[in-house]
Design a binder for this molecule. Structure first.
Ligand code: GSH
Length: 211
């Protein structure tokens, strides 16, 4: 029996983050398809699940949530995922800092600013100096903050699960590999993460298509 229901699409960065958290904790879940970019296919009541019209949303035993952070914190506390949250004050702060850097700077600059522009809007090789600089700045900040083998040190944390889908998409963009080349710690970290069963189980459809 599944323990939690997640609403969303397998191509979504934030749905994948929620799935990674559930996979790492070992929570069974059902992914109910909600393709947010095809408004016609949205369930009639989806606005009651996510009033801002985004994915993911979740439900557990009648308890509904939206916002990936809230879904992750609930899964950690309700299903025994405490190992994903450092106890040490500095590691906890660093984890939170990296998650917010992903939300506020890396996701917009790398997924929307590089992958979507180059692939969906057919602008490969045409990104402006400003767009490239924004991507480099986000990567540079994360490279400086990153520890090894995981982003906040010896143990996997939510920070790793927040960044993994973003860099997986960046690697699929024409400029992605070259951008990542100047971030050796992140490149090594990405290879470590790519071998995790949770990451393999949640691969984006586009990664499956990649040569
Ligand atoms: N703050 C939200 C962000 C979720 C989000 O941006 N989801 C994207 C897909 S990865 C989405 O639903 N986009 C649709 C839109 O912006 O219209 C969260 O943490 O869950």
């Amino acid at each position: 029996m599944t323990q939690i229901t997640l609403y969303g699409a397998p191509y979504s960065v934030y749905v994948r983050i929620a799935r990674l958290v559930l996979e790492e904790i070992g929570v069974t879940y059902e992914l109910v398809p909600v393709d947010i970019f095809t408004q016609d296919s949205l369930p009639d009541d989806y606005e009651t699940r996510h009033p801002f019209g985004k994915i993911p949303a979740s439900e557990h035993d009648g308890f509904r949530l939206f916002e990936t952070d809230a879904i992750a914190c609930y899964a950690v506390a309700a299903f025994g995922g405490e190992r994903l949250i450092p106890r040490d004050a500095r590691a906890l702060a660093r984890m939170t800092q990296i998650m917010r850097v992903v939300d506020n700077y890396a996701y917009p600059a790398l997924v929307w600013g590089v992958l979507v522009e180059e692939v969906k809007r057919s602008r490969a090789g045409q990104l402006s100096a400003e767009e490239i600089a924004r991507a480099r700045r986000a990567l540079g900040v994360l490279e400086d903050l990153a520890e090894v083998p995981f982003l906040v040190g010896a143990e996997l944390s939510l920070a790793d699960l927040w960044l993994a889908p973003v860099l997986a998409y960046l690697r699929l963009a024409p400029s992605g590999p070259a951008l990542l080349d100047s971030s050796p710690k992140l490149t090594a970290w990405q290879a470590t993460m790519a071998a995790r069963p949770s990451v393999i189980a949640t691969r984006f459809p586009k990664e499956e298509e990649a040569p």
